[in-house]
Design a protein around this ligand. Structure first.
Ligand SMILES: [Zn+2]
Length: 360
């Protein structure tokens, strides 16, 4: 009910031109600048159709195009070097800044998002988990999706005969996988559980043992990752690269030494391949705490991005920069989002956080 009312309000404000008028006034009279950083992942060419792919994918070509079209008109697209220069008061922005980021290094960031960004002159910052580019090992969430797409309901129930932790057995008992809805629920629940483990490997391997190798090892097109040669080509084409660690672990679960190893290996590989040291890091799964942030600083990163919602101003902690996930927002929602981010920069931080929730 609350969501429906908010949706109606957003559409009404857009159709009556109220948000556009506010944005024009703020552009003329606004005295404070901020930067909004958006977080994207895989950008498939077409909107996903099956329930499992919908869980995997973010936007698609059409939705990204519509979003960047509007955002690039109102905000000043920048890369991470410009953001750093602005935070250091060495660069000024004519409008509020827009930083577009992509996590995990998917191939379609180049093939699908690349032409869109080029068309609007918008730089893209891709956070690379270096091991996946070199080893071509599938991410655990891609492996889980492969199983959940292909597993036979009888084999699924037989998993109860295997050594699996109780929470996993409960998820298996609750679903029969005879519909896409059931597969989607099971996939979501398993992903939440696996994501909390120190290593998702043992349980995931057991679950995979019930499905054929062909299905386990296949990579759906929307989950293919970039190759090192792609990165070199993209460097000359509005793209820059940051670290997303080496193996994409949850950093808060690691010792200081292991964190330094993850960050150091990733930086070294990016430098060797691209001849440029990354200045930015994105914490895998947005998982960080003060200890992880200190390790990132010690490793030499100038900027580190979370998945906490918010806007960046010159007082923002550089090791805890917010990023916003827009999802499949429609044009009227994008305009409302723009109005909110233009408004919250004038509010104290605690109030701004609450207002930001309305924008998503
Ligand atoms: Zn990631």
């Amino acid at each position: 009910m609350k969501q429906a009312l908010l949706g109606f309000l957003k559409r009404a404000c857009y159709l009556l031109g109220l948000v556009q008028i506010y944005l024009l006034i703020e552009r003329k009279l606004g005295w404070k600048r901020s930067v909004v950083s958006l977080c994207y992942h895989s950008i498939p060419a077409e909107a996903p159709t099956d329930a499992i792919s919908m869980l995997e994918g973010g936007n698609c070509r059409a939705t990204l195009d519509a979003q960047i079209n509007i955002l690039s008109k109102w905000l000043q697209p920048i890369d991470d070097s410009t953001l750093l220069g602005w935070l250091n008061r060495k660069v000024t922005l004519n409008r509020d800044g827009l930083l577009i980021t992509f996590d995990d290094g998917y191939k379609n960031n180049q093939t699908v998002a690349g032409p869109i960004l080029k068309n609007y002159g918008v730089p893209g910052l891709i956070f690379i988990p270096t091991d996946s580019i070199t080893s071509r090992n599938l991410f655990w969430w891609t492996r889980l999706s492969n199983v959940m797409r292909h597993i036979d309901p009888t084999a699924w129930k037989k998993l109860t005969d295997h050594e699996l932790p109780d929470p996993v057995l409960k998820i298996i008992a609750a679903e029969d996988l005879t519909s896409w809805a059931s597969r989607k629920r099971a996939r979501r629940q398993l992903a939440i559980w696996l994501d909390r483990q120190d290593s998702p490997e043992p349980a995931l391997t057991t679950i995979e043992s019930t499905t054929s190798r062909k299905h386990v090892e296949s990579t759906p097109k929307q989950m293919e990752v970039l190759e090192w040669d792609d990165l070199s080509l993209m460097q000359n084409d509005l793209f820059c690269f940051g670290s997303h660690t080496h193996t994409h672990p949850r950093l808060t679960k690691l010792t200081d030494e292991a964190i330094q190893d993850e960050l150091g290996t990733s930086c070294q590989e990016l430098f060797q391949r691209l001849k440029q040291r990354p200045i930015s890091l994105a914490y895998p799964a947005g998982d960080f705490d003060d200890r992880v942030a200190n390790c990132a600083k010690t490793a030499g990163f100038e900027l580190a991005f979370t998945t906490l919602a918010g806007i960046i101003d010159r007082q923002s902690d550089r090791m805890q920069l917010p990023r916003i996930y827009l999802g499949y927002s429609k044009p009227h929602e994008i305009y409302f989002f723009l109005a909110i981010i233009n408004l919250v920069k004038y509010f104290p931080r605690n109030l701004a956080g609450r207002l930001m929730k309305l924008a998503r």
